[in-house]
Structure formats: C-alpha cells, structure tokens
Design a protein around this ligand. Sequence first.
Ligand SMILES: *Cc1c(COP(=O)(O)O)cnc(C)c1O
Length: 367
Amino acid sequence: MLTPYKLLTPGPLTVTDRVRQAMDFDYCTWDEDYKAVTQKIRHDLLQIAGVDPERYTSILLQGSGSYAVEACLSTFSYPGSKFLILSNGKYGERMLQMADYQHLDYETYKVGYDEVHDPQVLDCLLDNNPDISHVMMVHSETTSGILNPIADIAQVAKAHDCFFFVDAMSSFGGVPIDMTPIDALITSANKCIQGVPGFAIVIVRKDLIEASKGNSSTLSLDLFDQYQEMAKDGKWRYTSPTHVVMAFNEALKEFKERGGVEAQHARYQKNQELLQEGMEALGFTAYVPKENQGPIITTFLYPEGQTWDFQDMYHYIKERGYVIYPGKLTDVDTFRIGNIGEIYPEDIERVLDIFKAYMEENNNDKN
Ligand SMILES: *Cc1c(COP(=O)(O)O)cnc(C)c1O
C-alpha cells in the first residue's frame, strides 16, 4: 500500500477530494450535458482571464501543456512569419526545440536562468530585425520559479506591431495577468486552476484564430480546426478526456468559491514567503533573486559545504507525507519546492519541520 503524500510539485499537483470525485462517472462525449460542460469551461476561462468574449475565445486541446505550445507555433505561423523566442529556462528552450522541429524562422533572446529579459535590449532586437512578427515567452519559468515581467516585454512587442504570445502554464489562475497586450495565452488543466492532467488551454484573440486557417502543418495540433468544431456546440474533435474535463469543471467551481485569482495568488504568495523564510533560517538559499521570485515554485541551493544526497532527502520527506522536486539547473546542485495545489501554510510549516529533523539526523554523520 502506497503511503499517502502531498505533491509539492508544480503540476500535477494535489487536488481536492471534490475534484477527484467528479471523475467517478463515465460521461458520453456527444451527449448534450457533456458538451454544455465544455462550453461552460470555455466561458469561465474567459471570465477568469478578464477578457471580452467578443474579442477572445478559449480552445481546449487534448494533451499536456506542451501540446498547446506546439499547436500555437504551428497554427499561428504562416509563410513569411518570424518568431522571437525569449528564453531563461527549460520551458523557453522547449519552445526553441519545437520551432526547430517545425522548421520555423526564428530568433532567440536568451538570458541566464536567474535573470529576466531587458525591455530595452528587446527594443533594439526588434529594431534590428523588422521582419519579426511574433514574440513568445514564458511567464512563470517553472524551471527556476522566476516570474518574468511580461507586461514590460509585451509593451515593447506591441510597439513593434508584433503578436505577443505567452506560456502562462504555471501562472494562469495563480498570478493576476493583464490580458490587454496578450494575443494568445497558453495554460493547462493541471496547474493553478488545480485540475488533473489531460488537456491544455489556449486563450486567443478571435480574429487571430479565425485568420489561421490552413497554417498548421499538423492535423491533430491544428487549433483552427479544433476551434471550428468546439465553437459550434462544445464538441471536441477526436476523443475528449471526459474524466479530466469533469474534474476541471469541479476545480473551476471551487476556484470561484475560494475567491478566484486574487485569493489563489494570496495563498500561494503566503506559502512561498513562509517557505523561503523557513528554509533560509535552516541555511538554504533561494536561487532566484527575491525581486524576481514568483509565488509558484522555489529553487533552493544546499547550505554552504553541505552535500546531502537528493534521493535520500527525497525519500525521508516522502515517507513523512510530502514529495519535493529535483532541480532542473545544469550548472548548480539544487532542488525545488512548489506550493500550488491543495497546499496551505500548515503544510509548509510541516515540511519545514521535516527538513529540520532531516538535517539534525544527518548532521550526526559529520560529528
Ligand atoms: C508545466 C509547464 C509546461 C507544460 O509542460 P507539460 O509537461 O507539457 O505539461 C510548459 N511551460 C511551463 C512554464 C510549465 O510550467
């Protein structure tokens, strides 16, 4: 029997019993009730985003978040289009890999994993490359936990008449986002809305999706085609992840009951602050400078001179009810702790106690 644990990982994450129970029914995909649920979800997402349903639409796509990122690259590129991809982590790098796979024309603007992009540098880059038509970046880089300043970057992109796309996978619903300069936003079911994995979400300007017919080089990732079908009556093209959709529908209800984006943001922020303070008191340091640290996940470096085996520490914590995440940096030895999902300040306090106990037990080795 598996010892139960809570996930301190940035998705999939720990969901509520209500969300889990919503999956305990086998829905029929073409049934009116089910299609109405899909339409309601699409509508609710626009409401959470704070956009005008006349100007924006939301499209659900089977698969994990990356499927929608790739679908956007394919659906919104056209002959003559050129992307500028900003990267400061693994998810930015994944976009570059996708652009390579699709043979897209693109430029890159990379900075270190603990640094944010400079709007003035972007301005020069766009001045020098007037053929760039699309700017794409990650909001919350889950690699490190850094929160990128999308508003500043978007402003420059729009001043150059570029489309601005954002991977807001791990921030949408957990961090307030002004959609005004955003042409397309990508997120997924299993991040800050607190559903289970199985589909991705694109919130996009209607005129943009309606002008994208024939662009996509792949059929199953063609967002235009998916939109055409779904906008009619909520019918998914191809098999829809019915249980995941019902779980997400319940997660949305809970999300509203809890007070929406503001409340979610306040809780995550509280979790993050408690965690960072507590870990720093134990001798760990956060990898991302405080001014750029986001509320979703934190990367920690080990205390000076310490080299605990991650696997050993991981198992110790797991046996006590929590699962942490390995680091994703190539140059420094780190681990990560997420605080989204059904995680509350009490959980953070408990995890800090477990770390403290682990350190006490393992310091004996050195004496
Ligand atoms: C989770 C996540 C993704 C998508 O990853 P999948 O494994 O495909 O779900 C993309 N970008 C960011 C920033 C993420 O946090």
